[in-house]
Design a protein around this ligand. Sequence first.
Ligand code: G3P
Ligand code: MG
Length: 245
Amino acid sequence: MELPKIIGHRGAAAHAPENTLASLRKAAALGVAWVEFDVMLTQDRVPVMHHDYDLTRTTGFAQAVAQTPYHHLSALDAGRWFHGDFEGEAIPTLGQVFLLLAELGLGANLEIKPAPGRERETAEAVVVELKGHWPAQLPPPLISSFREPCLEVAQALAPEIARGHLFEAVPADWQERVSRLDCYSVHAREDLLDGETVAELRNAGYRTLAYTVNDPARAVLLDGWGIDAIITDDIPAIAKALSCG
Ligand code: G3P
Ligand code: MG
């Protein structure tokens, strides 16, 4: 699988309300080939694209996603908080996301973001959706998670789908953890990475991704260290810095 150098974070989070269909459209319009987004389950187990466990920041409704049935969650406005132009944007289901990715020709890194205690069912729901409905014309997807139980479920149910291990700082025992889960890639917090670590990961045969890089100078540095992909909110700034957009 070929990873692009730049991946839009939560779609194009600097330019549109994160994790909405508008954000995916914006990412495509800004020229990226791939996006990253977060997936979690509603109370009634519908996989939806959302980052926070709680709906307050994105919708003003102070309740957890995991406690909200889909019929209620789908009626919330997840665009207005960002800008009035996006009023009416909803929190989409994973199925709706796949249809739009197909229309836009966008590849994706799906981050499984389970509510605590729902690791296995969240991963199962994502894998079922990917196996049943991932658009065949798109590049194969990349699953990632901070939560190892999610990666374990994905490995057991769909070993053929590439897995990435998300870390904040890459821990001392990274290789053992990543190799046990037969991961394709390691995704680390950009400000906690250094050149030596990137080289160590790459020499061990793993693709390396850094999140969330919004500073052009930092992107150039990471690129020089050999990072495979940069996940960013600000696609044009990073594309300009790396002369690839
Ligand atoms: O997948 C990279 C990045 O999105 C991980 O952190 O909190 O932005 O989902 P977060
Ligand atoms: Mg994420």
